[in-house]
Write a protein that binds this ligand. Structure first.
Ligand code: PLP
Length: 433
């Protein structure tokens, strides 16, 4: 970047005391993997990507995290202070669920729905906003589907004094207004995609004025806007290594919370869309397996209608429809795959995080596909026993865990990643009931 203001300084911490239970470092699974994760490739040359290729879109600190193999990355104090608003998130024993199932298993859930945005996404949004502000960037652009990511990034940008411009898939923009309103409350700007504001959007509208849009198109618009504005960077809410790195606060806390009560996880279940909450929860457990020989089993729970890990090919593919993004080695259904409009909007992505895909190839974790009715049925069982209404995405993890608990014959320990709450998704439950 040639246009970074010379005055850029890291946002200073407020000086408030952060409890020691909020992690001080992010954990990087790359340090403990027996084989390195295949690198991202340049879409034109097909050569491994260099830092300069990404500099127009991301701050250097995040680019370095993307390729880092150091085991621990220190969390800036100003980020820990924001985390402390809701972290550590609770790890709760689901005794009423155990009773409802009649299982001898001990079930715990790690609840990320306590964040202000209602999901795990602020764990990386806050870190990304911090590093961009530190590099003197004034605005972040991004895409969003159902709106969880746009709302989380708008929140984080408000806290670090950045503008936030979001392109939301037209179909969701029209049918799911509450997260757009959340973005507006935080000072973010939300456009329906495709829009007249970008070349990519105008071309799409010229072809089909009535299109309902797609995540791939929204990515193209957000990337174009960031690439053509020296004050702006682009931000991604899942899939990339640095995003999964930031999410490892979840798993590190869960490990410490289990240690404190003398429990060891036999199973970890997480839902998987792009792979960030699953990676964030499970990678610290996998790291302990690899270093200390523990045997926690990790299961990624994905929707049967978008089954990248269980049905996709493991190969290089683009992250977007237009083929503008770097090539990532991942389990993919193909960049042109259009998932059906299921209620778990956050799980509708054609690919899977390269680190999660690699871990699956190495046999470090397993995956199951769960159909929408089974997921919602599990969500209702959970809501009616534990009182929390899980996000439609999270119900997939709940369903995976319930299936295991029903098979259990001993007091094995099961941990569920409850990635978010479903209070803004009640129409989806209403449709199911
Ligand atoms: C976005 C979202 C997901 C899916 O994203 P991952 O990157 O796979 O974690 C899951 N749960 C909730 C609540 C979400 O908002």
């Amino acid at each position: 970047m040639t246009d970074s203001p010379a005055t850029a300084t890291a946002p200073a911490p407020l000086g408030s005391a952060v409890p020691s239970t909020v992690p001080t470092h992010w954990y990087n699974l790359a340090a403990d993997l027996p084989e390195p994760v295949p690198p991202a490739l340049h879409p034109g040359t097909q050569e491994p990507l260099g830092p300069d290729d990404l500099a127009p879109l991301f701050p250097m600190a995040l680019i370095m995290q993307e390729v880092s193999t150091e085991r621990y990355v220190q969390i800036p104090e100003a980020v820990r202070e924001v985390y402390a608003l809701w972290r550590p998130s609770p790890l709760i024993r689901a005794r009423r669920l155990e009773k409802a199932l009649g299982t001898p298993a001990k079930i715990f859930y790690k609840y990320e729905g306590v964040s202000p945005a209602g999901s795990h996404k602020p764990n990386t949004a806050v870190a990304q906003a911090y590093y961009n502000a530190a590099e003197g960037i004034a605005k972040l652009t991004t895409e969003t589907g159902a709106g969880q990511w746009g709302a989380s990034l708008s929140m984080a940008c408000a806290l670090f004094g950045l503008e936030c411009e979001v392109w939301q898939v037209r179909a969701s923009y029209d049918s799911k207004p509450y997260r757009r309103m959340q973005m507006e409350v935080y000072g973010g700007t939300c456009h329906p995609s495709p829009s007249e504001l970008t070349e990519a959007g105008r071309a799409m509208l010229a072809k089909d004025p009535d299109t309902t849009g797609s995540l791939g198109m929204a990515i193209s618009e957000a990337v174009e806007m960031a690439a053509t504005d020296p004050r702006a960077h682009y931000s991604l809410g899942s899939v990339l290594n640095h995003v999964l790195l930031h999410q490892t606060v979840i798993g590190q806390e869960a490990l410490a919370q289990l240690d404190e009560i003398g429990e060891q996880a036999d199973w970890v279940f997480g839902c998987a869309g792009g792979g960030s909450n699953l990676g964030g929860l499970s990678f610290p457990f996998l790291g302990r397996n690899l270093r200390d020989g523990t045997t926690t089993k990790v299961v990624a729970c994905e929707p049967a209608s978008c089954p990248s890990l269980t049905q996709g090919e493991y190969r290089y593919d683009f992250g977007d429809v237009a083929g503008l993004t770097p090539l990532l080695k991942m389990h993919t259904l193909g960049k042109d795959f259009v998932p059906p409009p299921i209620h778990a909007g956050g799980l509708r992505y054609h690919g899977m995080a390269p680190m999660v895909s690699h871990a699956k190839e190495l046999g470090l974790l397993d995956a199951v596909a769960i159909d929408q009715d089974t997921a919602f049925a599990a969500g209702l069982i959970f809501a009616r026993s534990e009182a929390i209404i899980p996000a439609p995405e999270s119900t997939h993890a709940v369903a995976g865990a319930i299936a295991r608990a029903r098979e259990a014959t001993t007091d094995e320990t099961i941990v569920i990643g409850l990635s978010g709450n479903g209070v803004l998704d009640l129409p989806a439950y209403h449709d199911y009931v």
